[in-house]
Design a protein around this ligand. Structure first.
Ligand SMILES: [Zn+2]
Ligand SMILES: [Zn+2]
Length: 133
């Protein structure tokens, strides 16, 4: 199944993953609501040395709801958010699941920031719920 591939909407950013994700999750925090423009993000975690990225991401820095500095990496051409980095988790990349060439490979395990969810946002039932990351 490796390498797993993904890309942005316009194709300027491409990536290949040389191992399986460490963790896959849904996050309902307020920042993820803003970044995705909807109720939650769907993300998987990769060590940065296991991800080969081609194309130049642009980064936007923000403070996450738990106080970490989070950089959101997006395609400067089409604006598609691709991944995030967090000061709380050095060496890790948090990819947005739907940027995968085959998003059905994404198998979420947990829900973070459930307490911040919007009343209209529903996620896959049966996931382990954590209040915060
Ligand atoms: Zn793009
Ligand atoms: Zn979040």
């Amino acid at each position: 199944m490796n390498p797993i591939k993904g890309n942005c909407h316009c194709g300027a950013i491409n990536y290949e993953l040389t191992s399986d994700p460490q963790l896959s999750f849904i996050c309902q925090c307020r920042q993820c609501q803003r970044i995705t423009g909807t109720g939650h993000s769907a993300e998987f975690v990769m060590p940065s040395q296991k991800a080969n990225i081609s194309g130049e991401l642009k980064f936007y820095e923000m403070v996450s709801d738990n106080g970490n500095t989070v950089s959101s990496g997006f395609c400067p051409t089409c604006g598609n958010p691709i991944l995030k980095k967090s000061s709380g988790y050095p060496g890790l990349l948090f990819f947005h699941a739907a940027t995968l060439e085959n998003p059905s490979l994404f198998k979420p395990q947990k829900v973070f920031w459930y307490a911040s969810r919007q009343p209209w946002d529903y996620v896959v039932p049966g996931l382990e719920v954590k209040d915060k990351t």
